[in-house]
Design a protein around this ligand. Sequence first.
Ligand SMILES: [Zn+2]
Length: 209
Amino acid sequence: MNSKSCWKCKSLIEEFRHFCAECDTIQPPSEENFYKFMRFEKKLGICTATLQNRYYELSRKFHPDYYQNKSSQELTFALKYSSILNRAYFTLKNPIARVRYLMMLEGIHENRDSGSIPVKFAEDIFEIQDCLMEYKSNPESHCEDELQNHHQKLKLDIDEIDQHIHKYFQNYDASENDKEKLDVLNNISLLLTDRNYLDKMKTELDGVL
Ligand SMILES: [Zn+2]
């Protein structure tokens, strides 16, 4: 079903329109889809300036102050919209959160907690683990400097993975069919698995440094 009726004036309303075009009344929120909610195509490259403008525009329209003289139902809708709006905005604004969300929409499972050490970074990770153990048993050891260096390197490695993931955004958006899109997302998924591991490691270092 691509359309429904305005609950107040019964005019037809397209899906994911937040207000009735005829009477401007706020409509019950549709099923959650951040892309449709923000009126963006399901792509990985999005114009963040446009996203921000839409966020501000909708934030104003859903502001509870405007609903003080309206029915409690309308206020409830506005509050629900505000909550969706915030989540949609922060998810789409951050490239990594965005690609995770799109993968979720496409039914691609992200391996968030892979136990296996990423081969490319194995040597560094073993060193960090040794260092961490030593540091924990003897905080006076020289390991702190070494851990600081590893921490710095982890940040750079994560940045590098992010740039790599970013390069795939264009490939995804230029893909001509679902098979191509899926291939790109699967490649991104592998990079995300490495990223998750490094990020976990970095968080662990954050906790001791
Ligand atoms: Zn209406």
